[in-house]
Ligand binder design. Structure first.
Ligand code: IP8
Length: 260
């Protein structure tokens, strides 16, 4: 089984609120269909979630009553994005079911307190493709906070032991320096979790309330500690996702699991 995360900057235009990249998603979904592997799909919130979550300061927790509307609006928007992703999966013949985090997970000061991963397993065992996404959730300490798709990657990897986790991002992988600013930046094809420390993650200039690339690096290190390999690849080149799922070599970064 593979856990795949569609990054928010791949499936939405992060500069424009609620702008869905239909063709990109359709092409990624077609690659998954063609590879015909057991998968769980997670997607980020992109411009459907980060801009409004930032506006209402939701990741700091419950501080004022007007945030309740902000919480609901943010949930509504990420649910809309989720429906668009689901439509694409259904249109391509994939039996996808949505499992929204706000009703299957509770955090405590941003850390997982309760997570119903069994439901993912049961849907998988029946042949469904579970789909989940970055969402607003209840938080015992803070009232509420945000659960990123990256945290879901880690929680599902911990509990369901996938063959690989795959981050579909808007770059070819990790680079020796920021590829958006340095044209001499070189792609790192393979790294261990310790080697990740020195890597410069490209800074996202757009609203990102859940830590962006730096948060992703921390998550990937924890996944490596579970002994699971993670692959980062460019979502704008869907054949790369197909190749990875099909066991072929392609342009990407692999972070090898296995070291504590
Ligand atoms: O895009 C963030 O999820 P991510 C979720 O995976 C919200 O970090 C609601 C902003």
């Amino acid at each position: 089984m593979y856990i795949i995360k569609f990054g928010g900057s791949v499936i939405t235009n992060k500069t424009k609120e609620n702008c869905f990249k239909q063709e990109v998603v359709d092409d990624l979904v077609k690659a998954i269909k063609k590879a015909n592997k057991e998968t769980i799909i997670i997607h980020g919130a992109g411009s459907f979630g980060h801009i409004i979550a930032d506006k209402y300061n939701l990741n700091k927790g419950h501080k004022s009553s007007d945030q309740l509307l902000g919480f609901s609006l943010t949930h509504g928007m990420v649910q809309k994005l989720n429906s668009l992703v689901l439509d694409s999966l259904h249109n391509n013949g994939i039996p996808a079911v949505s499992i929204p985090p706000h009703s299957s997970l509770i955090l405590n000061n941003h850390n997982p307190l309760k997570f119903d991963y069994i439901i993912f397993k049961e849907y998988l065992d029946m042949g469904f493709t579970p789909v989940t996404f970055g969402d607003v959730v209840l938080d015992k300490k803070l009232g509420f906070s945000i659960c990123s798709g990256d945290l879901l990657m880690l929680l599902l990897a911990e509990n369901l032991e996938p063959e690989k986790t795959i981050f579909v991002i808007d770059e070819d992988g990790f680079f020796t320096s920021n590829p958006k600013e340095d044209k001499n930046a070189e792609l790192i094809e393979s790294a261990t979790k310790d080697q990740l420390n020195g890597y410069v993650a490209s800074k996202d200039r757009h609203a990102d309330v859940t830590g962006g690339m730096q948060g992703k690096i921390e998550t990937i290190k924890k996944i490596a500690e579970l002994g699971i390999d993670t692959i980062l690849l460019n979502g704008n080149k869907p054949d790369r996702l197909f190749k990875v799922l099909n066991g072929e070599k392609t342009k990407s970064t692999i972070i090898t699991g296995g070291q504590k």
